[in-house]
Design a protein around this ligand. Sequence first.
Ligand code: ARG
Length: 458
Amino acid sequence: MHKPWEGRFKERTEEFVERFTQSVSFDKELAFYDIRQSIAHVKTLLKAGILKEEEAKKIIDGLEEIERDIREGRFHFKVELEDVHMNVEGELIDRIGELGGKLHTARSRNDQVATDEKLYIKEKTVNLLGLLKGLRKTLVLLSERSLDLVLPSYTHLQRAQPIRLAHYWLAYREMFLEDERRFIRAYQSSDALPLGSGAVAGLDFPLDRFYTAEELGFRRLCRNSMQATADRDFILDVLYACAVCGMHLSRLSEDLILWSSEEFGFVDLPDRLCTGSSIMPQKKNPDVLELIRGKTGRLYGNLIALMVVLKGLPMAYNRDLQEDKEPLFDSLRTLEGCLMGMNLVLEGLSLRAENMLRASGGFSLMTDLANYLVQRGVPFREAHRIAGSITAYLLEREKRPEDLTLDELRSFSELYEEDALLLLDPKVVADRRRTYGGTAKDELLRSIEVAKREEGMA
Ligand code: ARG
């Protein structure tokens, strides 16, 4: 196998080095983008008068043929040709002869690889944005279904205050909406064309880079040829967006795993999304959720891995940058699976209203017993102390707030009247929280309407 650089070398490459330096085993994932880019490059060369009409046509036909063969699984990638770029070019030369050697005029693999990656990212992020939107829609539908279900909210994983379940789903919808902004940002970072920068310093051929950008659908050009070939921040942006989105999915998974335990009993997962135990007959395990939580680890790992690769690199391209691809491909693939898994789980979830309601009363109601006094002029700190003593009183007697009589309440403060007993109903308590963004039914109805409009569901 001939290497493009053999003119300079006296020895053939050690086999170990071929294996160690190759990237084709994974960067073949970029093949279609590489070909798309090459076709645009050929058109640019034609426009600059560097290729003749006839030559350009032959090269493009050859590239399209190669593309078809890859698509149909008939293409054999060769490790000796190192990476996807040299595999495609080598094959082109094999097929159309010497003329194929003109393809790499006025181009370096340094501007080529960054261009491939950006094309890849732009396509994949659009796909992820679609999955994210699907998940948010599922959350909105769940919110409508669970408007009248009440459960405790938790802080420190201790029961805090009753909420309507819709409020919880909408909280995650907000987080996934922020993820959308992060992915759009990542898309925008990838929307600047590196091609036409050469290996590092720019080109001594009169290429119209604006034309190439238009051909490939880039909104901007990289404005500095060194930055164009040295920069991988656009990949960091994707990896960061994936890591944060994965973290949201992981936290949601954690709640649902807890909620599906016998101890909580708030939800049931459908059998078709669970697995059993090979030894314990009673088990039904939430493996999809556990794996979403677990895979978040590698989403973080991929981000950190590339951050570390980049930190000591001298300007401009260095081969270290080849290490950017596996984290990128892995994060996109992993997050895609996690989003699909979570969507399936949410669509198949059964909600156990009784258990939620039972858990939502009790001491979650104490804030409101304090606020009752505040509304009658007691300073909040004093009211808090009184409600705290009521709590201690109940705990000593192993009673719950719902067991309180008016007389007992009045023994703590004369300000308690008959209507204070109404506060011993979690739904009433939830619906008192009417501020913008609160859990009261009216506010949730408004939030659901807004969400539906934003998601194009209304
Ligand atoms: N496989 C290389 C990478 O992923 C392509 C660029 C190689 N450039 C070079 N000068 N060796 O970064």
